[in-house]
Design a protein around this ligand. Structure first.
Ligand code: GDP
Length: 200
């Protein structure tokens, strides 16, 4: 497993009408601002700089779609710490993710959570939004290099407890390359599971 060599930027959407056709398989990446989401996307796809687009001024409030191959996509959600902030920012964010929610192709969510912060109320809200009864949810406890092994295991156990079975969890570090293969395999599994060509 060496990532997703075909990964490439598709488009930035400011409204549901601009989303790509609702076909195939899509996996969302979300997290509070600064959680390490862009670094995680770059590390998992092994396309360094891929998610830089999402940091381009003017695009940070948009939904950024990346192609992983024909009808296979990552959708990068805006960092949501700000969603509880200025009303106009929230007003822009909410309709966008409301438009994403009903998509048939949206099969799963990777939620990036700073391992030192743990699962916050806003993370649980996003999990509810994704609807764990319909979709797979996987939490990356990011920046695991900031913790000792013992602290990391403790953070993982706390996250498992906070999530109450709604999501799987793993420790992750883009910087020290912890858990990247596990994350790649999971993403690949979801992408293939949703691919009718993979069903024999
Ligand atoms: P985003 O806002 O969620 O997309 O987060 P970024 O990927 O831009 O990262 C936010 C900050 O966290 C940056 O300063 C990164 O260098 C840092 N960061 C990201 N991943 C890691 C990691 O695995 N370990 C450490 N120590 N820092 C990280």
């Amino acid at each position: 497993m060496s990532g997703f060599p075909e990964a490439s930027f598709m488009l930035s959407a400011a409204a549901g009408a601009q989303f790509p056709a609702d076909r195939g398989v899509e996996v969302a990446f979300a997290g509070r601002s600064n959680a390490g989401k862009s670094s995680a996307i770059n590390a998992i796809t092994a396309r360094h700089g891929l998610a830089r687009t999402s940091k381009t001024p003017g695009r940070t409030r948009l939904l950024n779609f990346f192609s992983l191959g024909p009808d296979r996509r990552i959708v990068d959600l805006p960092g949501y710490g700000f969603a509880t902030g200025p009303r106009e920012e929230r007003a822009q964010w909410a309709p966008l993710i409301d438009a994403l929610r009903p998509r048939e192709s949206l099969k799963g969510l990777f939620l990036v959570v700073d391992c030192r912060r743990g699962i916050a109320a806003s993370d649980l809200e996003l999990i509810d939004w994704a609807d764990p009864s319909r979709r797979k949810i996987h939490v990356l406890l990011s920046k695991a290099d900031k913790l000792t092994r013992a602290e990391g295991l403790k953070a993982e156990a706390a996250a498992v407890a906070a999530l109450g079975g709604r999501a799987s969890v793993q420790l992750f570090s883009a910087l020290r390359r912890i858990g990247i293969e596990d994350a790649q395999e999971r993403l690949q599994g979801w992408i293939e599971a949703g691919d009718p060509r993979a069903v024999k």
